[in-house]
Each structure stands twice: as structure tokens, then as C-alpha cells.
Ligand binder design. Structure first.
Ligand code: GDP
Ligand code: MN
Length: 388
């Protein structure tokens, strides 16, 4: 999941016609003061980190002069909020708030589609509203084929006990938020609070947009046009690289590189490595249609400098072992790893796969999985002894 920063979410909102306060992204106290000056002095300084509850953490501060903005910025910039270093601040004109609402659109596992949430109790912990006053949180499941019909958005808004003047503009904001959700392949678009200003406008004060990692390739253009720097996703550099390739990869602290297809077979292979006294270097599955990605997958496994031997365990049903094996052999040709490799291959395409390994590497895959695991474990151990 790519969690956009507040100002990046607001950039998308603005493009979709959702009102957001005027503001500027700054990276220094001097720029914060200049932005405050330009926005009329009364501004809110907001730490840009991909975490919620910044208000409670003191990372959202209302100030009334450029000098105060300078002070607050020196305190916030470089500090840690919600486990993230604050690299930038959003300085926004302060809004006079008449009422705060909660609005969100998310992927709902129950209805297996988009769910719109709306509450007249915004600005606070929505989990608390949901737990203590569930009747104050209104929901609307959307048919993803039809989209959010304006009439349905209005009906939801009408039954949410909003101030009368907010009903129409909030309904309009919901349909626009839905477009953001659809157009960016978001798994969550959340506005807490969506406010009614004293002047009678409906404005998004906060923005949380999470984009589905699986959609990153087709959202690349949108992501590239966002201002500022995207928050780094959690994980190691190799794990993020894997995610970009659409592969599930977790670095472990052992030295036996493991490449297997399917999460179940991979877990079994890791267990077997442990059982025979070895330590796996990674979890990496090339399940589903990822079995065609054996070449980049092996590149990832071999990028780990701790890997002393490689265990390749393929079991084909829908996935063809000869396709996977060819991918692996191509990666081996390209990278020429100087480590022992043990293969064990069963199922669809195994005859062709085994022949390929013999032909191109001059080695014969092990008939029994246990033998392949033992071979990889002892090879890693021998090389450890040589190294130490
Ligand atoms: P969060 O705590 O990380 O969710 O950050 P928010 O952006 O939601 O800000 C926290 C709170 O600060 C909001 O719920 C508002 O009550 C308040 N706040 C933010 N911007 C403004 C503003 O422009 N004017 C006023 N009066 N309050 C604001
Ligand atoms: Mn908020």
C-alpha cells in the first residue's frame, strides 16, 4: 500500500474539484514564515508524515503570525511523529470551522466492493464513534460497476443528521471523492474532518489516500505528477524492489537462498531447511501468474550477499515447472552465481524442466525434496566454514 502524504492527497482532491484550504508545502522555518505571511498570518502548520493522529501528537499547530510559524516549523521539522521523520510541513490558511464530519470510501471485505462512510461526528477517532455510537456512522455499499450515483450519495447525506446547509455540498464532495478513489485505484480515501466553514463552504481539512500496491504500475503517471516525495514503503530496499515487481519477498537472516512456487510450498521448503539444520535467507514465492517471473525473482534472491547456496524447489500444477526452470536458468546465465545450486522439480513440465537443468548446468535435480534440501544446507555450511 502506498499511503500518500496529506498534501499529496489534497492535490488529488483539488484536481477532482473538492475544496481544500489554500496552502504551501515548505521544508524550512524561513519558508514556513514566508508562507504564513502570504496566507494572511493565521495558518495551520501540519507535519507531513504518513501517520494519523498528528493533532494529538502536537504535529498540527494553529499559529497567528509568521514569527510563530517560524518557531513551530523549527520545532516540527526534523522531529519524529508517529515513527516518521518530519521532512516537510503543509502551511495552510486556518479555516473557521462550524462543524466537522467524517467521510471515507474504502474497500469493504464484507460487501466485496467500495463502501462509503459518512458521519456527522468528525474530527475525532472514528473507531470510537463506530464502537460507542454506531448509529452515527452511516454506510453505503456501492456497486463498482455502476459507481456512486449522485442520488444515492444525496440519500446517504440526508440520513446522516448533517446541518441542512451541508447536505448538498457534502453529497457533491462524496461523488468527487468516489472519483478519486476509482481513478487512483485507492483502497482508502478518508477525510477526517470534512468541515462546514462558518462561511458555509464544505472543505476537506485532512486527506488520507492509500493506493493499492498492485496498481502501482498503472498509476505510475499519477504518482509521478504528485508534488513532494512519496513516503517510502516499509521494508528493506530489496523488499520494496520486489513489491514493485509484484513479488512477495521477505529477507530472512540465514544463508540458504530459497526459490519455490506457491506460498505453501515455499513455507514447507523453509521448514525443511530449518529441519535439516540450515537457515533460509529469504521467503520468496512465485505463485499464481508470478511463476513467469523466475528471472527477476532469482535476481532478488542472489542480491542478498549472505546467500551461500541456492535451493530451487518447483512443484507444478497450473504453473509449468519448465517455464519456471527456464527463467531460473536465464537468470543463472546472466548472473553466473558462484554458489552451489540444488534443484528438485516435480509436476507439470518436470521432464522438460529436468532435461533443461541437465543440459544447461550439467547437474541432475534431486528426485527427493529432502535430498535437495540436505545438499543446499550442507553446501552453505561448508562455505561458511571456508569463509571463517
Ligand atoms: P490528524 O490529527 O493527523 O488527523 O490531522 P488533521 O489534519 O485532521 O488535524 C487535526 C485537527 O486539527 C482537526 O481535526 C481540526 O480540528 C484541527 N484543524 C486542522 N486544520 C484546521 C483549521 O484550518 N482550522 C481549525 N480551526 N482547526 C483545524
Ligand atoms: Mn485527521
Amino acid at each position: 500500500m502506498t499511503d500518500l502524504l496529506e498534501h499529496q492527497g489534497k492535490h488529488l482532491f483539488r484536481q477532482a474539484g473538492i475544496a481544500v484550504p489554500r496552502g504551501e508545502l515548505v521544508g524550512s522555518p524561513g519558508d514556513a514564515a514566508a508562507a504564513a505571511e502570504q496566507l494572511g498570518g493565521r495558518v495551520v502548520c501540519k507535519a507531513q508524515v504518513p501517520a494519523g493522529k498528528r493533532g494529538k501528537a502536537g504535529a498540527v499547530q494553529l499559529v497567528t503570525s509568521p514569527a510563530e510559524a517560524h518557531d513551530v516549523a523549527s520545532r516540527l521539522l526534523g522531529s519524529e511523529v508517529g515513527g516518521h521523520r518530519v521532512e516537510s510541513l503543509l502551511v495552510e490558511e486556518a479555516v473557521a470551522i462550524a462543524a466537522e464530519f467524517y467521510a471515507a470510501i474504502l474497500n469493504d471485505p464484507v460487501s466485496k466492493g467500495p463502501l462509503v462512510l459518512l458521519s456527522a461526528d468528525g474530527g475525532m477517532d472514528i473507531e470510537e464513534v463506530s464502537a460507542t455510537r454506531p448509529e452515527r456512522l452511516n454506510k453505503l455499499a456501492v456497486d463498482i460497476g455502476a459507481g456512486l450515483e449522485p442520488g444515492d450519495a444525496l440519500a446517504l447525506t440526508r440520513r446522516s443528521a448533517l446541518p441542512a446547509e451541508a447536505v448538498d455540498p457534502v453529497a457533491a464532495a462524496l461523488t468527487r471523492l468516489y472519483h478519486v478513489y476509482r481513478d487512483t485505484d485507492a483502497s482508502l480515501v478518508e477525510v477526517n474532518p470534512l468541515v462546514l466553514t462558518e462561511a458555509g463552504d464544505v472543505v476537506a481539512i485532512d486527506a488520507k489516500v492509500s493506493i493499492d500496491t498492485a496498481a502501482t504500475p498503472r498509476q505510475q503517471q499519477t504518482l509521478d505528477t504528485l508534488p513532494g516525495v512519496l513516503p517510502t514503503e516499509p521494508g528493506t530496499e530489496l523488499e520494496r524492489e520486489a513489491a514493485r515487481l509484484g513479488l512477495q519477498f521477505i529477507e530472512l537472516d540465514g544463508d540458504v537462498g530459497v526459490l519455490a512456487n506457491g506460498a505453501g510450498l515455499t513455507m514447507t521448503t523453509l521448514d525443511a531447511v530449518n529441519h535439516f539444520g540450515g537457515r533460509p535467507a529469504n521467503f520468496l514465492e512465485i505463485g499464481g501468474d508470478a511463476y513467469t517471473k523466475a528471472t527477476p525473482a532469482l535476481r532478488l534472491v542472489l542480491s542478498n550477499p549472505n546467500v551461500r547456496s541456492l535451493l530451487v524447489n518447483f512443484c507444478g500444477a497450473f504453473a509449468r515447472t519448465d517455464v519456471m526452470t527456464e527463467g531460473v536458468l536465464n537468470a543463472i546465465d546472466e548472473l553466473r552465481p558462484e554458489i552451489p545450486i540444488a534443484f528438485t522439480i516435480h509436476g507439470t513440465g518436470e521432464r522438460e524442466a529436468i532435461a533443461l537443468v541437465r543440459e544447461r548446468l550439467g547437474v541432475t535435480p534431486h528426485e527427493a525434496m529432502d535430498d535437495a534440501v540436505r545438499a543446499a544446507v550442507s553446501a552453505a555450511r561448508e562455505r561458511q566454514e571456508v569463509a571463517s
